[in-house]
Design a protein around this ligand. Sequence first.
Ligand SMILES: Nc1ncnc2c1ncn2[C@@H]1O[C@H](COP(=O)(O)OP(=O)(O)OP(=O)(O)O)[C@@H](O)[C@H]1O
Ligand SMILES: [Mg+2]
Length: 279
Amino acid sequence: MSDPSTATESQPRRLVLANQKGGVGKTATTLGLASAIACHDGDQGGNVLIVDLDPQGNSTGGVGVEVVDGQLTIASVFDSKAQPGSLADVVVASAWDRVDIAPADEDLADLDESGNADMVWRLDAALDGVDLSAYRAVLFDTPPSLGKLLFSALLTADEVVVVTEPTVDSVKAVDRIEQTIQRVQRRPNRRLEFSGIVVSMDRGIAEHNFRVNELRDSYGVYGQGGKVCRTVVPAYAARQDAHSARLPIHRFRGGKALSLQVAYTDLARELGLLNGATA
Ligand SMILES: Nc1ncnc2c1ncn2[C@@H]1O[C@H](COP(=O)(O)OP(=O)(O)OP(=O)(O)O)[C@@H](O)[C@H]1O
Ligand SMILES: [Mg+2]
């Protein structure tokens, strides 16, 4: 786990990676940003906490954590039969240097549907009073649904970044999640900011270029009063290879890994997640 002696004074930004559409790159972006921050030399980088809110546990596996029998997972935070726990009881060091994780497994699966309405506040309560100052960022990876797990992240976060592929269905999904974000902003979490849209898995084909421009026309460009990050993450097989090897992309060699490293570092810089970064 992260050494509190490296703590900075302030609490880190809490950033949710979201899209109810499946397979658009939420987990890849979570892990890519974590890799960019944790693997960055010197004090520009730092420690990262990933909170995995997806029953698929792809972020958990991606950082080399296997949940074992009896291990506390993020599901325990939502257990209405237990006393509200602290996130600190769940967080473990991952196989990646400077990355800790609140792991998830399939125990979360029923909660999105069957959990009671109060459960959405439990994550916020579990984070209450936890000293997160050792981390540069807390990244919440979320499931492909507009259910209670996503809601609980939106209630405790400072900002949400929507991840999308540059395809027609994925672009439509951005409008839908914007409505959910606005609903949360209107009342339960007024401090929540819909800060950015990350375009992931760009293959550089004409259709993808068209969709990226369409998004920029609708939402504007990040850093110029709009939302769409200038950095577009390309699609390269090295992402899957690094994921299978359970390695941060910045520690993976081969294929187009270098291009992905540059993209995720640029993205982290653009989102202001690296120290001294300019957006
Ligand atoms: N930049 C990329 N280049 C190539 N493949 C990618 C890239 N980003 C993601 N992928 C692959 O696309 C698939 C979906 O990505 P990912 O798991 O990150 O999406 P997701 O939105 O988290 O999915 P889910 O909604 O199921 O949680 C995975 O197989 C992943 O390895
Ligand atoms: Mg995922």
